[in-house]
Design a protein around this ligand. Structure first.
Ligand code: SF4
Ligand code: SF4
Length: 263
């Protein structure tokens, strides 16, 4: 190798090292400051740094239940039957969804249920964590999931879910013997804190249920009062009109008698 060739190889080596160091330094800077397009670094110190979730990610489902029509299309579309729901009549005698559950232990995140939803109220979020503390949805419902395979045949109905929520929020020293037996049946013995059951996405918490029931009762009462007032006004109008008619009839009869008297 000539002397010039030897020098050129050294320069090339220094140049490629500088390019590599530049990329490494950029990733180091972006990692340290959590900046850069899509957080350019390939690995992230999760959960210290938040995860970067791309658009279109199929994470936990969320049902904006106020727009859910209880059509059950999602339930029918689900290939593994993990959706269940309940409804109740509202003050206008129309169905309103009161509970919407997805069994997360079965869900394969295929997204078929979201594709058939006519109101697009059922969507897939970017949520993926299953740390219970993080799983409180917008409406306050807690996400529950199964911890032990032998428990997977056990289902909780809405009242049991409500009881579970109330008891987990309360001080265990206030539990009755019956509460303790219930919790022993639903609590994970290893962690002592978690629970099996349905993955509740839209069911009412007891507080939410009480609030909705109160609003519904107020609306129903206002509607009944308005109907009673309208009926009373109509009855009074009918009475007035009958009295006017009776007065007219009496006057006509009196006039007729007077005519007959003259004749
Ligand atoms: S995403 Fe889950 S709930 Fe929806 S259809 Fe697929 S398996 Fe069923
Ligand atoms: S398809 Fe949509 S509107 Fe119909 S029940 Fe499911 S979530 Fe509700």
């Amino acid at each position: 190798m000539s002397f010039l060739g030897w020098v050129k190889e050294i320069v090339d080596g220094v140049e490629s090292t500088a390019i590599g160091l530049k990329t490494t330094t950029r990733f180091l800077w972006e990692n340290a400051t959590d900046t850069g397009e899509h957080g350019a670094a390939m690995t992230r110190d999760y959960p210290v740094q938040p995860a970067i979730i791309p658009d279109g990610y199929r994470g936990h489902l969320f049902n904006d239940v106020d727009n859910c029509t209880l059509c059950k299309s999602c339930q029918r579309a689900c290939p593994i039957d993990c959706i269940s729901m309940e409804g109740e009549l509202n003050e206008n005698a129309k169905f309103h969804i009161s509970r919407y559950d997805i069994d997360i232990s079965k869900c394969i995140y295929c997204g078929l249920c979201t594709q058939v939803c006519p109101t697009e109220c059922l969507t897939m979020t970017k949520g993926f964590e299953i740390e219970p503390a993080n799983l409180v949805n917008k409406r306050g419902g807690k996400f529950l999931f199964r911890m032990r395979p032998e428990q997977t045949k056990v289902k909780l109905d809405m009242h049991e879910v409500e009881r579970l929520n109330a008891l987990t929020a309360a001080d265990p020293s206030s539990w009755t013997e019956d509460d303790k037996a219930f919790m022993a049946r639903v609590e994970d013995p290893e962690t002592g804190r978690f629970l099996f059951g349905r993955y509740g996405m839209g069911f009412y918490t007891p507080e939410e249920k009480a609030r909705v029931d109160r609003i519904r009762a107020e609306k129903k009462k206002a509607k009944e009062e308005a109907a009673a007032k309208a009926a009373a006004e109509q009855a009074a109008a009918n009475e007035r009109s009958a009295a006017e008619q009776a007065a007219k009839d009496a006057a006509a009869k009196a006039a007729e008698s007077a005519e007959e008297g003259k004749a």
